[in-house]
Design a protein around this ligand. Structure first.
Ligand code: ZN
Length: 235
């Protein structure tokens, strides 16, 4: 390959990446609609389940949803931090957030998550989960929002569209974002969604979700969806 040509392409790529960086910085500037006092936009990433509550289980490999949720959450953290966001995690280890497993642990777990969200005062909350369905043919990501929150719905639609585009590369038909009544969708006034990243009842999704390369693509896709949602405020 011609050396000058490589240098030109590299220079163009650097300018392009710098321009994107500047756009992101402009987007994250203090005058964003979310908070006049924030210099960084903060996102809470909530890895669902944990501890004695493993969530659903992979049909083929027996992987626990809670473990996969945590792995995907760390990929998301990396991807959002690379884009200049500040990130708060609710769950950082395998353990649940309930203290002891005495009666009412699920409620205590949820209350702790709410407390972390309130203290973080984030611009957005993304709860990470994996789906399960009786049929093994259901595939793809699905995003849930509270129908009482218009902004959450807009965020869900942007994420759903981005994730559908990703799964389309694997020949998976797009799914629709849905409303749902879940604690994590109601515990803050910030836009909040539940990301069901794929189906652990589908052997194909289960294999993809455990691949680091796919987890990275998934994280990039989620960041792109969030950027599309935020972009609507500045256009
Ligand atoms: Zn779950």
């Amino acid at each position: 390959m011609n050396k000058n040509w490589v240098a030109t392409v590299t220079a163009v790529a650097v300018v392009f990446v710098t321009a994107i960086g500047l756009c992101v910085r402009a987007l994250l500037a203090p005058q964003t609609v979310f908070s006049a006092s924030q210099t960084e936009m903060r996102i809470v990433l909530d890895a669902g389940h944990g501890g004695v509550d493993g969530g659903v289980v992979g049909k083929t490999t027996g992987i626990k949803e809670s473990d996969l949720n945590l792995a995907v959450t760390f990929r998301l953290k990396e991807a959002f931090e690379d884009m200049g966001f500040a990130v708060t995690l609710t769950r950082k280890t395998d353990a649940g957030l309930y203290g002891t497993t005495a009666k009412g642990f699920k409620k205590r777990d949820m209350q702790k998550r709410k407390e972390i969200v309130e203290n973080a005062d984030p611009a957005l909350v993304l709860s990470v989960h994996q789906n399960f369905y009786p049929s093994s043919t259901s595939r793809g990501a699905q995003v849930f929002y509270s129908k009482k929150r218009e902004e959450s719905k807009r965020l869900a639609l942007a994420l759903q569209s981005s994730l559908n585009a990703l799964y389309k590369t694997e020949g998976v038909k797009g799914r629709n974002a849905s409303s749902g009544e879940y604690f994590m969708l109601e515990c803050t006034s910030a836009p909040s969604v539940i990301l069901e990243c794929g189906f652990l009842s589908s052997p194909a999704d289960e294999a993809l979700l455990q691949s680091v390369a796919w987890q990275r693509k998934l994280a990039e896709s989620v960041v792109a969806g969030v950027m599309a949602f935020l972009g609507d405020f500045v256009l």
